[in-house]
Design a protein around this ligand. Structure first.
Ligand code: SF4
Length: 384
Protein backbone atom coordinates (compact mmCIF):
# COMPACT_ATOMS: atom_id res chain seq x y z
CA UNK A 1 0.00 0.00 0.00
CA UNK A 2 1.20 3.53 -0.80
CA UNK A 3 2.41 5.66 2.12
CA UNK A 4 -0.16 8.02 3.47
CA UNK A 5 0.30 11.79 3.62
CA UNK A 6 -2.22 13.30 6.01
CA UNK A 7 -3.15 16.87 6.93
CA UNK A 8 -2.22 17.45 10.60
CA UNK A 9 -5.80 18.03 11.85
CA UNK A 10 -7.35 15.16 9.84
CA UNK A 11 -7.98 12.89 12.83
CA UNK A 12 -9.16 15.76 15.04
CA UNK A 13 -12.22 16.50 12.89
CA UNK A 14 -15.61 15.73 14.42
CA UNK A 15 -18.92 16.66 12.80
CA UNK A 16 -21.00 18.91 15.10
CA UNK A 17 -24.26 17.74 13.41
CA UNK A 18 -27.23 19.63 14.91
CA UNK A 19 -24.87 22.27 16.39
CA UNK A 20 -23.40 23.10 12.97
CA UNK A 21 -23.75 26.72 11.83
CA UNK A 22 -23.88 25.74 8.15
CA UNK A 23 -25.01 22.17 7.68
CA UNK A 24 -23.78 20.41 4.55
CA UNK A 25 -27.28 18.92 4.09
CA UNK A 26 -28.61 21.97 2.29
CA UNK A 27 -28.19 24.07 -0.83
CA UNK A 28 -25.83 21.94 -2.89
CA UNK A 29 -25.52 18.74 -4.88
CA UNK A 30 -25.41 15.63 -2.69
CA UNK A 31 -24.31 12.76 -4.94
CA UNK A 32 -25.62 9.23 -4.36
CA UNK A 33 -23.37 6.44 -5.65
CA UNK A 34 -24.74 3.36 -7.44
CA UNK A 35 -24.16 0.93 -4.53
CA UNK A 36 -26.11 3.16 -2.13
CA UNK A 37 -28.87 3.65 -4.69
CA UNK A 38 -29.26 -0.14 -4.99
CA UNK A 39 -29.41 -0.44 -1.19
CA UNK A 40 -32.17 2.19 -1.04
CA UNK A 41 -34.53 0.28 -3.36
CA UNK A 42 -37.77 -0.57 -1.51
CA UNK A 43 -36.87 1.39 1.64
CA UNK A 44 -38.98 4.18 3.13
CA UNK A 45 -38.82 6.54 6.09
CA UNK A 46 -41.45 8.76 7.67
CA UNK A 47 -41.80 12.28 6.27
CA UNK A 48 -42.16 14.65 9.28
CA UNK A 49 -44.03 17.28 7.28
CA UNK A 50 -46.79 15.04 5.91
CA UNK A 51 -46.54 12.09 8.31
CA UNK A 52 -46.54 9.84 5.24
CA UNK A 53 -43.92 7.31 4.12
CA UNK A 54 -41.12 8.77 2.01
CA UNK A 55 -39.50 6.48 -0.54
CA UNK A 56 -35.70 6.81 -0.49
CA UNK A 57 -35.35 6.33 -4.24
CA UNK A 58 -38.24 8.78 -4.80
CA UNK A 59 -35.96 11.51 -3.38
CA UNK A 60 -33.38 11.03 -6.14
CA UNK A 61 -32.87 13.16 -9.21
CA UNK A 62 -31.04 11.76 -12.25
CA UNK A 63 -28.28 13.87 -13.79
CA UNK A 64 -25.84 13.14 -16.64
CA UNK A 65 -23.11 12.35 -14.12
CA UNK A 66 -25.29 10.15 -11.84
CA UNK A 67 -27.97 10.54 -9.16
CA UNK A 68 -28.22 13.34 -6.62
CA UNK A 69 -30.66 13.98 -3.75
CA UNK A 70 -33.52 16.26 -4.77
CA UNK A 71 -33.68 19.09 -2.24
CA UNK A 72 -37.05 20.18 -0.81
CA UNK A 73 -38.64 23.62 -1.23
CA UNK A 74 -36.42 25.02 1.52
CA UNK A 75 -33.40 23.75 -0.51
CA UNK A 76 -32.64 21.24 2.24
CA UNK A 77 -32.06 17.49 2.06
CA UNK A 78 -35.45 15.74 2.59
CA UNK A 79 -33.73 13.42 5.09
CA UNK A 80 -32.78 16.28 7.44
CA UNK A 81 -35.17 16.39 10.41
CA UNK A 82 -36.35 19.43 12.37
CA UNK A 83 -33.51 18.95 14.88
CA UNK A 84 -30.95 19.14 12.03
CA UNK A 85 -30.19 15.42 12.35
CA UNK A 86 -30.23 12.82 9.55
CA UNK A 87 -33.36 10.63 9.42
CA UNK A 88 -31.47 7.95 7.49
CA UNK A 89 -28.91 7.56 10.26
CA UNK A 90 -31.58 7.60 12.99
CA UNK A 91 -34.00 5.25 11.22
CA UNK A 92 -31.80 2.93 9.15
CA UNK A 93 -28.22 3.38 10.35
CA UNK A 94 -25.03 4.95 8.95
CA UNK A 95 -24.71 2.19 6.32
CA UNK A 96 -27.55 3.83 4.41
CA UNK A 97 -25.60 7.04 3.89
CA UNK A 98 -24.15 7.65 0.41
CA UNK A 99 -20.35 7.66 0.08
CA UNK A 100 -20.46 11.46 -0.23
CA UNK A 101 -22.28 11.81 3.12
CA UNK A 102 -20.07 9.22 4.81
CA UNK A 103 -16.82 10.87 3.79
CA UNK A 104 -17.57 14.63 3.74
CA UNK A 105 -15.52 16.76 4.50
CA UNK A 106 -12.69 14.24 4.06
CA UNK A 107 -10.86 14.14 0.72
CA UNK A 108 -8.67 11.19 -0.20
CA UNK A 109 -6.52 11.35 -3.32
CA UNK A 110 -4.63 8.38 -4.71
CA UNK A 111 -1.39 9.28 -6.44
CA UNK A 112 0.99 6.73 -7.97
CA UNK A 113 3.37 6.89 -5.00
CA UNK A 114 1.21 8.08 -2.11
CA UNK A 115 -2.27 8.61 -0.77
CA UNK A 116 -3.13 12.14 0.39
CA UNK A 117 -5.83 12.78 3.00
CA UNK A 118 -7.13 16.27 3.66
CA UNK A 119 -10.33 18.05 4.73
CA UNK A 120 -12.30 20.50 2.62
CA UNK A 121 -12.94 23.99 3.97
CA UNK A 122 -16.58 23.74 2.84
CA UNK A 123 -17.25 22.61 6.43
CA UNK A 124 -17.13 25.37 9.10
CA UNK A 125 -15.61 23.00 11.67
CA UNK A 126 -12.58 22.62 9.37
CA UNK A 127 -12.24 26.42 9.30
CA UNK A 128 -12.28 26.33 13.12
CA UNK A 129 -9.45 23.78 12.98
CA UNK A 130 -7.27 25.92 10.70
CA UNK A 131 -7.95 28.99 12.83
CA UNK A 132 -6.04 27.17 15.57
CA UNK A 133 -3.21 25.51 13.70
CA UNK A 134 -1.18 25.96 10.54
CA UNK A 135 -1.99 23.21 8.03
CA UNK A 136 0.82 20.84 7.15
CA UNK A 137 1.06 17.35 5.71
CA UNK A 138 2.30 14.66 8.08
CA UNK A 139 4.12 12.15 5.97
CA UNK A 140 6.22 9.07 5.94
CA UNK A 141 9.37 9.07 3.78
CA UNK A 142 8.25 9.13 0.17
CA UNK A 143 9.95 6.93 -2.42
CA UNK A 144 9.31 8.08 -5.97
CA UNK A 145 8.69 5.70 -8.84
CA UNK A 146 7.38 8.52 -11.03
CA UNK A 147 9.82 11.34 -11.73
CA UNK A 148 6.97 13.57 -12.95
CA UNK A 149 5.10 13.18 -9.65
CA UNK A 150 8.26 13.96 -7.70
CA UNK A 151 8.79 17.18 -9.67
CA UNK A 152 5.20 18.37 -9.30
CA UNK A 153 5.33 17.56 -5.59
CA UNK A 154 8.39 19.83 -5.40
CA UNK A 155 6.45 22.56 -7.25
CA UNK A 156 3.82 22.41 -4.52
CA UNK A 157 6.54 22.49 -1.86
CA UNK A 158 7.90 25.64 -3.51
CA UNK A 159 4.42 27.24 -3.42
CA UNK A 160 4.09 26.35 0.26
CA UNK A 161 7.53 27.71 1.17
CA UNK A 162 6.63 31.07 -0.37
CA UNK A 163 3.14 31.11 1.16
CA UNK A 164 4.57 30.45 4.64
CA UNK A 165 7.19 33.21 4.41
CA UNK A 166 6.05 36.01 6.70
CA UNK A 167 8.68 38.40 5.33
CA UNK A 168 6.17 39.22 2.56
CA UNK A 169 2.51 40.29 2.60
CA UNK A 170 -0.09 37.68 1.60
CA UNK A 171 -0.67 39.37 -1.76
CA UNK A 172 3.09 39.56 -2.44
CA UNK A 173 3.37 35.84 -1.74
CA UNK A 174 0.61 35.05 -4.23
CA UNK A 175 2.22 37.28 -6.86
CA UNK A 176 5.61 35.63 -6.31
CA UNK A 177 4.12 32.15 -6.55
CA UNK A 178 2.37 32.97 -9.80
CA UNK A 179 5.48 34.55 -11.31
CA UNK A 180 7.52 31.47 -10.36
CA UNK A 181 4.89 29.13 -11.84
CA UNK A 182 4.91 31.08 -15.12
CA UNK A 183 8.70 30.77 -15.22
CA UNK A 184 8.48 27.02 -14.69
CA UNK A 185 5.98 26.75 -17.54
CA UNK A 186 8.70 28.08 -19.86
CA UNK A 187 11.18 25.37 -18.87
CA UNK A 188 11.56 22.61 -21.46
CA UNK A 189 12.63 19.77 -19.16
CA UNK A 190 11.54 20.36 -15.62
CA UNK A 191 13.66 18.91 -12.80
CA UNK A 192 13.57 19.19 -9.02
CA UNK A 193 16.77 21.26 -9.14
CA UNK A 194 15.17 23.71 -11.58
CA UNK A 195 12.08 24.08 -9.36
CA UNK A 196 14.31 24.71 -6.31
CA UNK A 197 16.29 27.32 -8.25
CA UNK A 198 13.18 29.20 -9.42
CA UNK A 199 11.78 29.33 -5.87
CA UNK A 200 15.11 30.25 -4.23
CA UNK A 201 15.74 33.44 -2.27
CA UNK A 202 18.25 34.44 -4.95
CA UNK A 203 15.41 34.51 -7.51
CA UNK A 204 12.77 35.93 -5.19
CA UNK A 205 14.80 38.91 -3.92
CA UNK A 206 14.88 40.85 -7.21
CA UNK A 207 11.30 39.79 -7.87
CA UNK A 208 9.97 41.27 -4.62
CA UNK A 209 11.99 44.42 -5.25
CA UNK A 210 10.35 44.80 -8.66
CA UNK A 211 6.87 44.08 -7.21
CA UNK A 212 7.34 46.76 -4.54
CA UNK A 213 8.27 49.32 -7.17
CA UNK A 214 5.20 48.66 -9.31
CA UNK A 215 2.17 50.94 -9.57
CA UNK A 216 -1.03 49.26 -8.43
CA UNK A 217 -4.57 50.60 -8.67
CA UNK A 218 -6.59 49.58 -5.61
CA UNK A 219 -9.78 50.88 -7.23
CA UNK A 220 -9.26 48.57 -10.23
CA UNK A 221 -8.60 45.70 -7.88
CA UNK A 222 -11.79 46.35 -5.87
CA UNK A 223 -13.97 46.70 -8.96
CA UNK A 224 -12.51 43.61 -10.68
CA UNK A 225 -13.01 41.52 -7.53
CA UNK A 226 -16.55 42.87 -7.34
CA UNK A 227 -17.23 41.71 -10.92
CA UNK A 228 -15.67 38.31 -10.26
CA UNK A 229 -17.88 37.88 -7.20
CA UNK A 230 -21.05 38.74 -9.14
CA UNK A 231 -20.02 36.37 -11.99
CA UNK A 232 -19.21 33.47 -9.68
CA UNK A 233 -22.48 33.71 -7.71
CA UNK A 234 -24.76 34.45 -10.68
CA UNK A 235 -26.06 30.89 -11.02
CA UNK A 236 -26.45 30.45 -7.26
CA UNK A 237 -28.58 33.62 -7.10
CA UNK A 238 -30.69 32.43 -10.04
CA UNK A 239 -31.31 29.10 -8.33
CA UNK A 240 -32.04 30.77 -4.97
CA UNK A 241 -29.13 29.03 -3.21
CA UNK A 242 -27.28 30.54 -0.22
CA UNK A 243 -29.58 33.55 -0.64
CA UNK A 244 -29.32 34.53 3.02
CA UNK A 245 -25.53 34.83 2.61
CA UNK A 246 -25.21 36.08 -0.94
CA UNK A 247 -28.17 38.32 -1.74
CA UNK A 248 -27.65 41.28 0.67
CA UNK A 249 -23.99 41.62 -0.26
CA UNK A 250 -24.61 41.03 -3.99
CA UNK A 251 -26.97 44.01 -3.90
CA UNK A 252 -24.27 46.17 -2.28
CA UNK A 253 -21.81 44.91 -4.93
CA UNK A 254 -24.19 45.89 -7.75
CA UNK A 255 -24.55 49.43 -6.42
CA UNK A 256 -21.00 50.01 -5.20
CA UNK A 257 -19.92 52.38 -8.00
CA UNK A 258 -23.09 54.46 -7.70
CA UNK A 259 -23.00 54.57 -3.94
CA UNK A 260 -19.35 55.47 -3.35
CA UNK A 261 -16.97 57.98 -4.91
CA UNK A 262 -13.52 56.44 -5.59
CA UNK A 263 -11.95 58.41 -2.72
CA UNK A 264 -14.62 57.24 -0.28
CA UNK A 265 -14.25 53.64 -1.44
CA UNK A 266 -10.48 53.74 -0.96
CA UNK A 267 -10.89 55.11 2.56
CA UNK A 268 -13.43 52.39 3.43
CA UNK A 269 -11.19 49.70 1.94
CA UNK A 270 -8.16 50.91 3.95
CA UNK A 271 -10.20 50.84 7.16
CA UNK A 272 -11.51 47.37 6.33
CA UNK A 273 -8.03 45.95 5.64
CA UNK A 274 -6.89 47.28 9.01
CA UNK A 275 -9.78 45.39 10.65
CA UNK A 276 -9.01 42.27 8.64
CA UNK A 277 -5.42 42.23 9.91
CA UNK A 278 -6.73 40.58 13.09
CA UNK A 279 -7.63 37.57 10.90
CA UNK A 280 -4.49 37.52 8.74
CA UNK A 281 -3.29 34.24 10.24
CA UNK A 282 -6.59 32.54 9.43
CA UNK A 283 -6.41 33.73 5.80
CA UNK A 284 -2.81 32.55 5.52
CA UNK A 285 -3.83 29.13 6.86
CA UNK A 286 -6.75 29.11 4.43
CA UNK A 287 -4.37 29.66 1.50
CA UNK A 288 -1.95 27.00 2.75
CA UNK A 289 -4.81 24.50 3.20
CA UNK A 290 -6.06 25.23 -0.32
CA UNK A 291 -2.59 24.81 -1.83
CA UNK A 292 -2.26 21.49 -0.01
CA UNK A 293 -5.75 20.26 -0.85
CA UNK A 294 -6.46 21.58 -4.34
CA UNK A 295 -3.36 22.63 -6.26
CA UNK A 296 -2.08 19.14 -7.06
CA UNK A 297 -4.40 16.31 -8.06
CA UNK A 298 -3.55 12.81 -9.35
CA UNK A 299 -2.81 13.10 -13.11
CA UNK A 300 -2.20 16.89 -12.79
CA UNK A 301 0.22 18.50 -15.22
CA UNK A 302 2.16 21.69 -14.46
CA UNK A 303 -0.38 23.64 -16.52
CA UNK A 304 -3.19 22.18 -14.39
CA UNK A 305 -1.36 23.41 -11.29
CA UNK A 306 -1.07 26.92 -12.74
CA UNK A 307 -4.79 26.92 -13.58
CA UNK A 308 -5.64 25.62 -10.10
CA UNK A 309 -3.57 28.43 -8.59
CA UNK A 310 -5.36 31.03 -10.74
CA UNK A 311 -8.63 29.62 -9.43
CA UNK A 312 -7.34 29.88 -5.87
CA UNK A 313 -6.44 33.55 -6.40
CA UNK A 314 -9.85 34.19 -7.95
CA UNK A 315 -11.44 32.50 -4.92
CA UNK A 316 -9.28 34.54 -2.54
CA UNK A 317 -10.05 37.87 -4.22
CA UNK A 318 -13.77 37.01 -4.15
CA UNK A 319 -13.55 36.09 -0.45
CA UNK A 320 -11.73 39.32 0.36
CA UNK A 321 -14.34 41.31 -1.56
CA UNK A 322 -17.22 39.44 0.09
CA UNK A 323 -15.79 40.17 3.54
CA UNK A 324 -15.44 43.84 2.55
CA UNK A 325 -19.07 43.96 1.41
CA UNK A 326 -20.21 42.21 4.60
CA UNK A 327 -18.14 44.63 6.66
CA UNK A 328 -19.90 47.52 4.87
CA UNK A 329 -23.28 45.89 5.54
CA UNK A 330 -22.45 45.39 9.24
CA UNK A 331 -21.15 48.98 9.46
CA UNK A 332 -17.59 48.19 10.38
CA UNK A 333 -17.97 44.95 12.30
CA UNK A 334 -16.77 41.49 11.20
CA UNK A 335 -16.99 38.78 13.89
CA UNK A 336 -14.98 35.58 13.48
CA UNK A 337 -18.15 33.45 13.08
CA UNK A 338 -19.22 35.55 10.08
CA UNK A 339 -15.79 35.14 8.46
CA UNK A 340 -15.83 31.39 9.14
CA UNK A 341 -19.24 30.82 7.60
CA UNK A 342 -18.41 32.95 4.54
CA UNK A 343 -15.16 31.03 4.01
CA UNK A 344 -17.20 27.82 3.95
CA UNK A 345 -19.98 29.20 1.74
CA UNK A 346 -17.47 30.60 -0.75
CA UNK A 347 -15.53 27.32 -0.73
CA UNK A 348 -18.76 25.56 -1.68
CA UNK A 349 -19.72 28.13 -4.30
CA UNK A 350 -16.26 28.08 -5.95
CA UNK A 351 -15.69 24.36 -5.39
CA UNK A 352 -15.83 23.50 -9.08
CA UNK A 353 -14.19 20.34 -10.36
CA UNK A 354 -11.17 20.74 -12.64
CA UNK A 355 -13.17 20.54 -15.92
CA UNK A 356 -15.62 23.21 -14.77
CA UNK A 357 -12.74 25.48 -13.70
CA UNK A 358 -11.27 25.18 -17.21
CA UNK A 359 -14.69 25.89 -18.75
CA UNK A 360 -15.25 28.98 -16.56
CA UNK A 361 -11.80 30.39 -17.29
CA UNK A 362 -12.08 29.67 -21.03
CA UNK A 363 -15.40 31.50 -21.18
CA UNK A 364 -14.24 34.44 -19.07
CA UNK A 365 -10.68 35.08 -20.32
CA UNK A 366 -8.91 35.21 -23.68
CA UNK A 367 -6.23 32.84 -22.51
CA UNK A 368 -6.57 30.11 -19.91
CA UNK A 369 -3.14 31.11 -18.53
CA UNK A 370 -3.45 34.68 -17.21
CA UNK A 371 -0.74 37.17 -17.84
CA UNK A 372 1.01 38.27 -14.69
CA UNK A 373 -0.37 41.83 -15.03
CA UNK A 374 -3.94 40.57 -14.68
CA UNK A 375 -3.02 38.66 -11.51
CA UNK A 376 -1.42 41.87 -10.14
CA UNK A 377 -4.53 43.87 -11.03
CA UNK A 378 -6.88 41.42 -9.24
CA UNK A 379 -4.78 41.19 -6.08
CA UNK A 380 -3.48 44.77 -5.93
CA UNK A 381 -0.82 45.64 -3.37
CA UNK A 382 -3.10 45.35 -0.35
CA UNK A 383 -1.45 43.89 2.73
CA UNK A 384 -4.00 41.08 2.84
S1 SF4 B 1 -20.80 21.01 7.47
FE1 SF4 B 1 -19.33 19.78 8.69
S2 SF4 B 1 -19.94 20.00 10.85
FE2 SF4 B 1 -21.64 20.75 9.55
S3 SF4 B 1 -23.04 18.99 9.36
FE3 SF4 B 1 -21.64 18.94 7.58
S4 SF4 B 1 -19.84 17.66 8.18
FE4 SF4 B 1 -21.01 18.19 10.07
Amino acid sequence: MNPSVKINYYDTFKCTADKCSLTCCQEWRIAVDEDTEKKWVGHQIKDDATNKALSLCGCLKKEDTGSIIELNEEKKCPFLNQDKLCKLVIGLGEDFLSKTCQTFPRQVKDFKDRQECSLTLCCPVVVDLISEQEPEMLQETLVWSSQEEAVLYEVREMMLRIMKNDAYTLTERMLMIFYSLLELLEVERLTIEKVKAVGSEKQLKPLIKAIRQMDFSIIDSILESNELFLDVVENYRKQGLYIEYLEPIAQIAEGIEEHYEDKQLLEKQAEFIKNLEAHEKLLKHYLIAEILGSSLLPESSLEDMVVAFEWLVLEYSVIRQVLFLKWLELEGSLPYEVIRDYLSVLSRVTGYDADDVYEFLEMSFEDIIWDWGYMAMVLGNLKI
